[in-house]
Design a protein around this ligand. Structure first.
Ligand code: 0PR
Length: 378
């Protein structure tokens, strides 16, 4: 740091320099985040100093967190009549860490392992390391859903939990949660569902899936408002079916205004909680459905248009994530980047991964399709 500090105008000029280097979302087809809704930004700024880590000082913010939890609980079919065991996290990574931490602590073993789909998000690789839990990766079938026989073959007496993904990061696929639940119930094992992305999509698409607390064996769920929920970052949600499971996370906080804490982080953004509340309250179910259905409509246009020049998806998209089989994929990605587009490549199989988020308009999508066609034709 400089001894003398810097005048405000110069500081602003310097942050604007950096801001210019950042991309705007409009040409980004690789992200699961999007422009937050303006009402979320307004609410976030209004609560910018609020710390949910010491919520006795911010009872209004705490109340808002409670209302967000109620709204998310209804998306998740949380058993009614009980106050949800849940809190707002910093996102999918924290939620997944905390869920696996509970699963590990509930079972008495020196050599804990969890069985996750090979398609799981890389946050689970961090979890394996942090929590010292062995990761056993189950195969996926031709539809890129986790294979139940493979899951069963990996379970042993040290298995502390199973994981299913409702909306995989790379393909937007939904694992057979009901079948995983049957295995979990039969074997008496904890089941966590990672719906970080899908949690805000599945309730609003036409096809119906078993994926949430309606499925008896589901112990906990991750759902992220800062992805398809159009909230500000960082906003994640973590829900437990049983309060006593969440109690495994409880830490005494003697000198704070509240006696105990469940979160992984200490200081916790009240702004993001307020932002999340504001956008969900404003849009309601109908507004969210419109947002999701527009993303799905555009996804279908993309798939149809790509087929017209001989490019097909690896799986028929379930949600607004498409992976396209493209010859000479690295060259195509470079070509698209030269034209200003940001796209990504899935791991297995390697395919052109595109996420059609709310920031993509039909006009933008059609410009992309034109550039994509040209790039493919070389
Ligand atoms: N679980 C699933 C299914 C996810 O897709 C993700 C993130 C996580 C957990 C972890 O969530 P947090 O990143 O909130 O901790 N999925 C995307 C990814 O990492 C997120 C993303 C967002 C990627 C914006 C790129 C980007 O520009 O691939």
């Amino acid at each position: 740091m400089d001894e003398a500090g810097t005048p405000i105008e110069e500081v602003i000029a310097s942050i604007e320099e950096a801001k210019k280097k950042d991309l705007t979302y409009d040409h980004i087809l690789s992200s699961m985040c999007t422009d937050p809704h303006p009402i979320a930004v307004h609410a976030h700024v209004r609560f910018i100093e609020s710390n949910l880590g010491d919520s006795g000082l911010f009872p209004g913010t705490k109340e808002i967190e409670g209302r967000v939890i109620e709204m998310l609980a209804s998306l998740l079919n949380y058993p009614s009549g009980t106050e949800p065991a849940a809190y707002l996290t910093t996102g999918g990574t924290e939620s997944n860490i905390q869920a696996v931490r509970v699963a590990r602590n509930l079972k008495n073993t020196d050599k804990p392992n969890i069985v996750i789909p090979a398609s799981a998000h890389f946050s689970f690789d961090k979890i394996g390391d942090i929590l010292r839990v062995e990761l056993r990766k189950a195969d996926v079938d031709n539809d890129l859903k986790v294979d139940i026989a493979s899951v069963e073959s990996l379970i042993d007496e040290n298995t502390v939990g199973l994981v299913g993904i409702a909306g995989t990061t790379e393909f937007g696929q939904i694992d057979p949660i009901k079948e995983l639940s049957d295995v979990a119930l039969r074997e008496g094992i904890y089941l966590h569902v990672d719906a970080a992305f899908g949690g805000f999509v599945i309730p609003f698409i036409e096809e119906k899936y078993d994926w949430n607390f309606k499925v008896e064996g589901v112990s906990s769920i991750t759902i992220d408002p800062h992805k398809m929920g159009m909230s500000t970052i960082p906003s994640g949600g973590l829900f437990f079916r049983r309060q006593e499971d969440m109690d495994e996370l409880s830490i005494d906080t003697p000198y704070l205004s509240t006696k105990q804490q469940y979160s992984l982080t200490g200081t916790r953004s009240g702004g993001a909680a307020a932002g999340t509340y504001a956008v969900l309250k404003h849009l309601g179910m109908r507004g969210m459905r419109e947002v999701v259905q527009e993303c799905i409509r555009l996804t279908r246009i993309l798939v149809e248009e790509a087929a017209s020049f001989g490019i097909y998806p690896v799986i028929n998209p379930v949600m607004n994530v498409v992976a396209l089989e493209v010859p000479d994929i690295d060259a195509v990605v470079v070509g698209l980047m030269r034209r200003g587009w940001r796209v990504s490549i899935s791991r297995v199989p390697r395919a052109l991964r595109l996420v059609i988020m709310p920031h993509i308009s039909e006009e933008t999508l059609r410009l992309f399709i034109d550039d994509f066609r040209d790039t493919i034709k070389g």
